[in-house]
Design a protein around this ligand. Structure first.
Ligand SMILES: *Cc1c(COP(=O)(O)O)cnc(C)c1O
Length: 451
């Protein structure tokens, strides 16, 4: 089976538990702090925003957490997802490396996001929530939440970052088709939105600003909860179904990965593909785990590991993460899902402990990689995973130089069928690489809370 293309599992192989990396942290991640008191935030601080089961998952140290059957039933709509060997890409590169990718674009919304959306909607449903409010950047998370809420019979309201609202109108239509209510952010519907618009009437918005708006609405309404598509511990844990399947599929391919690569916005798709390889790595297996971020929003490679707010206004608890400062507003690059000022606390802590490496690329280089991938493997990638493809290609070319037969696994966390305006811009030669001056980062860093 040495040149087998696809490695497919059956529905029985859908994981029955999520893997909680908190059980295996070399140095435990530090607790979230209450923004007013600076003391560790307890379950009651989060109760207005999240159902209790998710709050408990957030702080759990249990290595395995059972996936309720109704969630596994929903997973059956698209899981297990395929693992594919990039034989066409390998050939084009002339590399001795074997390149594999795990493809989450087969989900109803075309990305990995529904893995956590259906879980979050489920726990909300059984705890009596009537409406979930959230933010979305490129629109993938909003689509996933609208889809999940529709499946479980809950209303959804989505604040969509203004830059994406204009660039990606089709995402809005998807959310509306699944019954979601979509509002461009910053908006006039919240105090947070109005305060941003007062200072900057044409603000392109940011995930941080949209989070402020969604949190405000959830905090003010009893029957409304908030949901986050990335960053938090429970979100990353839900995504580990991806990597658990990939472990089995790499076994089928008889190729243990030397390198695992994912793009990193808030950290959830990277966690999903890579956390399940961490126990073996901690036992001494030398797999390299690589986070790839955009040069326009480089929280790991150029940010600081510090307590900061999760949102732009400073309403959320303080979390210890790699951050560019919560007032940082990234340039409107096409990889909208990677435009976040911070990085998941678990990824940040594991990066700090040397378990992960990180690198950053400009968007033209990533789109060049994406187009080569589309021409050799057929799938048109979303702009975000084009960062992972670029890194995989660079590693495969390095293996060619050294003559090493490396096994490279990367995460193709979504397709780009709703990102064609970005491809238009790249293919017509009009795509801009934004350079980010140190002074701009330094200025946003001044917004870090003093503890
Ligand atoms: C949301 C999203 C991202 C960025 O979020 P992570 O939490 O870092 O995964 C990346 N790629 C796709 C396709 C997304 O939908």
């Amino acid at each position: 089976m040495s040149d087998q293309k696809k490695f497919l599992l059956s529905e029985n192989d859908i994981p029955k538990q999520w893997y909680n990396v908190q059980a295996d942290m070399p140095i435990p991640a530090e607790p979230a702090l209450h923004p007013g008191t600076g003391q560790p935030a307890g379950p009651s601080d989060f109760a207005p925003l999240f159902p209790m089961e998710l709050i408990m998952q957030e702080v759990s140290k249990d290595r395995w957490i059972d996936i309720p059957d109704p969630i596994r039933d929903l997973y059956r709509m698209w899981r297990p997802t395929p693992l594919i060997r990039a034989t066409g890409l390998e050939k084009a590169l002339g590399t001795p490396a074997k390149i594999f990718y795990k493809y989450e674009g087969v989900s109803p919304v075309g990305s990995h996001k529904p893995n956590t959306a259906v879980a979050q909607a489920y726990y909300n449903k059984i705890e009596g929530t009537k409406r979930i409010v959230t933010e979305t950047g490129a629109g993938q998370w909003g689509s996933a939440l609208a889809f999940a809420c529709q499946q479980l019979g809950i209303e959804s309201k989505i604040f969509m970052v203004s830059a994406s609202y204009d660039q990606k109108p089709y995402r809005k239509s998807m959310m509306q088709a699944w019954g979601g209510t979509v509002t461009s952010s910053p908006s006039n519907e919240t105090a947070a939105g109005r305060s941003i618009l007062a200072g900057s009437p044409r603000s392109p918005g940011s995930l941080g600003i949209a989070i402020s708006e969604a949190v405000e609405i959830a905090a003010q309404n009893e029957d409304t909860k908030y949901a986050l598509g990335s960053v938090l511990n429970h979100v990353l844990m839900h995504q580990t179904v991806i990597g658990q399947e990939a472990v089995l599929q790499m076994e089928m391919a008889d190729a243990y990965p030397d390198i695992v690569i994912g793009c990193a916005g808030g950290g959830s798709n990277l966690a999903g593909i890579s956390f399940p390889f961490i126990p073996e790595k901690l036992k001494g297996r030398p797999t390299r785990l690589i986070a790839v971020e955009p040069e326009a929003s480089p929280s790991l490679t150029r940010g600081r590991f510090a307590y900061d707010f999760g949102d732009a206004i400073g309403m959320t608890p303080l979390i210890k993460m790699h951050t560019l400062g919560h007032t940082f507003v990234p340039n409107p690059i096409h990889a909208g899902g990677l435009r976040y000022h911070g990085m998941a606390p678990l990824i940040s802590a594991l990066y700090d402990a040397g378990i992960y490496e990180a690198r950053a690329y400009h968007q033209n280089a990533c789109f060049e990689a994406a187009v080569l991938f589309a021409r050799t493997e057929g799938i048109l990638p979303a702009p975000e995973p084009s960062h992972a493809i670029k890194a995989a290609i660079d590693e495969a070319l390095l293996a060619k130089e050294t003559g090493e037969e490396k096994n490279i696994l990367f995460h193709l966390c979504g397709h780009g069928h709703l990102d064609l305006s970005a491809y238009d811009e790249y293919l017509s030669g009009n795509m801009v690489d934004y350079s980010l001056p140190d002074a701009e980062i330094a200025e946003a860093m001044e917004s870090l809370p003093q503890l």
